[in-house]
Design a protein around this ligand. Structure first.
Ligand SMILES: Cc1cc2nc3c(=O)[nH]c(=O)nc-3n(C[C@H](O)[C@H](O)[C@H](O)COP(=O)(O)O)c2cc1C
Length: 257
């Protein structure tokens, strides 16, 4: 996008991070042994592991680093029982040692933009000019939809005509676009959590077989919040996985063009 410095200049926000040596064989084990587990044993998940995996969920890549998510680790026994019921009492919820509700927060762009600005403003101004411009001008332009989504409507018109001539980001331009925006990042964080669980010897299952309206009430969430999924976690029982993993022919999904 012309006029957006962040796409045309380099930025230095402080110390860079070198790519660590990693162990592909260990990663293969984690990713290939992750399965959706429907029956868990009675083994507890240590609190420290739950906290570490939740922390690692938040390390997921996310749009504009605006972190549009929340994770509710439901420990209160009454709330947990309700949550199991709202997950339709499916076995994965019923036998789970722990339950985490992943919530997409499209509304968080505003407060998290402020937080980001406060961090950037402490850095060397010469090095962060483009990032400052991004969070001060571009972020509100992109994520603000305005009263009754009227600003979004105006953006849609502008985008339409601009895109006839040049490559143009098309959205989000309304509330559902904002929901998709927040859900993408939240789902990535969910996968981080589930892989972290596996790496620590535990298992999980993402669940959208649930009643999001009741869960929102249970967690006293505002109308803007949207339940992404509930994740059950625990130790896999012998019969916890319903058979070997089924995937269709890769040619159907992987296209090298
Ligand atoms: C968004 C999403 C929602 C899901 N909802 C449920 C669910 O409600 N209950 C369930 O038992 N499994 C659920 N699953 C698990 C899938 O059924 C499972 O991932 C799929 O069958 C592939 O199996 P695997 O994860 O063991 O590879 C869900 C998975 C995803 C990604």
């Amino acid at each position: 996008m012309s006029g957006v410095d962040i796409f045309n200049s380099t930025v230095n926000l402080g110390d860079s991070e070198d790519a660590l040596e990693t162990n592909a064989a260990e990663f293969d084990k984690v990713i290939e042994s992750r399965r959706s587990v429907r029956i868990y044993t009675d083994d507890e998940i240590p609190e420290a592991i739950m906290k570490k995996c939740l922390h690692q969920a938040l390390l997921a890549p996310n749009s504009s680093n605006l972190q549009p998510w929340q994770f509710f680790w439901v420990r209160d026994i009454n709330k947990k029982n309700k949550l199991v019921e709202y997950c339709l009492s499916q076995p994965s919820a019923k036998t789970a040692k722990e339950l985490v509700v992943a919530v997409a927060r499209p509304d968080f762009w505003k407060q998290n933009r402020e937080q980001m600005l406060r961090i950037i403003e402490k850095k060397d101004p010469a090095q962060v000019k483009a990032v400052l411009q991004y969070y001060q001008k571009i972020v509100p332009l992109v994520y603000n939809q305005g009263f009754l989504e009227l600003f979004g409507l105006l953006k849609r018109l502008i985008v339409f005509f601009r895109a006839l001539k040049i490559p143009t980001p098309r959205g989000p331009v309304n509330r559902s676009g904002m929901l998709i925006w927040a859900h993408k990042s939240t789902a990535l964080a969910c996968q981080n959590f589930m892989l972290a669980m596996r790496a620590n010897g535990f298992d999980s299952c993402p669940m959208e077989g649930m009643d999001p309206v009741r869960i929102k009430k249970l967690l006293e969430l505002p109308s803007e919040a949207d339940i992404c999924m509930v994740i059950s976690a625990g130790k896999r029982a012998k019969n916890g996985v319903y058979g070997s993993q089924i995937r269709f022919n890769e040619d159907q999904f992987i296209k090298i063009v």
